[in-house]
Write a protein that binds this ligand. Sequence first.
Ligand SMILES: [Zn+2]
Length: 146
Amino acid sequence: MSQKLCVYCTNIDIKNREIISNDLAWVFPTNIPVVPGHILIVPKRCVTKYEDLSSEEKKAIEELRVKMIHALKKAFGAEGFNYAWNENKMAGQSIPHFHLHVLPRKESDEGITEYEPRKFLYRPGSREITEEKELQKVCEVIKESL
Ligand SMILES: [Zn+2]
């Protein structure tokens, strides 16, 4: 996929939502969260599949994941996490730029209590869109917890 056509590579609202980055990857909150603090970890290079990532990029994503779970525990009281990615259109990948979903979960949250990926990842259009202003607040809360 050309970077010119990819929203993760071109959308200024998404760029402005950056929480943290390293040399090869970065993190931002999705605008259609399942639970508060639902974030995406993406490689800077525009690749579609996990297999397309170099081992350095996989390491960079893992480094950010570890940092984020600590921040999400502090910021949202996360007691557990859902991790997921969709690969290819028929599996629900709506943006052809690899992205790891990280969902902070806790006992009382209003997200999905059973693991049914189709309910929260396969039909992203069925979720409500969060305003940019509110997403910026989410970024602030997480950044303060890093
Ligand atoms: Zn991209």
